[in-house]
Write a protein that binds this ligand. Structure first.
Ligand code: COA
Length: 208
């Protein structure tokens, strides 16, 4: 695994994607992504419009909160192996006293959905959160309509811990909000998960 802080250079290297600093390339795409189809799924059915000013002040507010340590978070950009920025991954609300954090992710470019990119990124982030940040519990929420996330949770071994019935409205229909959690003890490590999910580097996969 490579570690670098140069813009666009991978911090965490996966099979299909690399996680990089959330640099200017990602900031420039945020307005498109936050107003595109990914936002509907990421915001549990909400269809809001975000201005560039709103996004800028949100970034500034988040940065200030991080500086005060009131809400530490780590944000990665997700890029493909040819360095195309496709989304973001955040480890947020890190609570040092309890060693817990919430995960949030979206791939802003829908043509990459369902191709394994998100799971590749998730395996990197979970490993990072447990091994580097020394967290002991990760959790996330999504709406029950979000079949890709539900499938991902199942594949990666998260447990559904809570279901709030009819809690969110997406395009006129009520859906449940589901919460998933993963404890460090339950995580076999990224290498074991890659093996379990039968995921291999592209070159090796085509050879085999
Ligand atoms: C959530 C997200 C990051 C997942 O990444 P991804 O690359 O799409 O996910 P993956 O391809 O790794 O895994 C998704 C799984 O769901 C399956 N899937 C895809 N579409 C599906 C559908 N309509 N119904 C059921 N399963 C579906 C995929 O086949 C895959 O399972 P498999 O590996 O067994 O084939 C990405 O879809 C995304 O950004 N979506 C929009 C924003 C969002 O939902 N964010 C999360 C909010 S909690």
């Amino acid at each position: 695994m490579a570690h670098s802080t140069d813009s666009g250079h991978p911090l965490l290297e996966g099979l299909l994607v690399d996680l990089t600093p959330f640099d200017k390339r990602f900031v420039e795409l945020e307005h498109k992504w936050e107003n595109g189809p990914a936002a509907f799924w990421g915001d549990m059915g909400d269809r809001q419009f975000f201005t560039r000013d709103h996004l800028r002040s949100r970034r500034e507010r988040n940065a200030a909160e991080r500086e005060n340590d009131s809400s530490p978070a780590v944000t990665f950009g997700i890029q493909t192996k040819d360095s195309t920025p496709i989304g973001l991954f955040v480890v947020a609300y890190i609570q040092p006293a309890f060693r817990t954090a919430i995960l949030g992710a979206y791939i802003g470019e829908p043509e990459y959905w369902g191709g394994g990119y998100g799971t590749d990124a998730l395996l990197l982030v979970v490993d990072y959160a447990f091994d580097w940040l020394d967290l002991r519990r990760l959790w996330l929420v999504t709406m029950s309509l979000n079949a890709r996330v539900l499938r991902q949770m199942d594949k990666v071994g998260f447990t559904m811990e809570n279901r709030q019935r009819n809690a969110t409205l997406a395009d006129g229909t009520w859906y449940d909000i589901v919460m998933y959690g993963l404890l460090r003890d339950e995580w076999p490590g990224r290498a074991a998960m890659l093996e379990r999910l039968n995921l291999w580097p592209r070159a090796q996969a085509t050879k085999g």
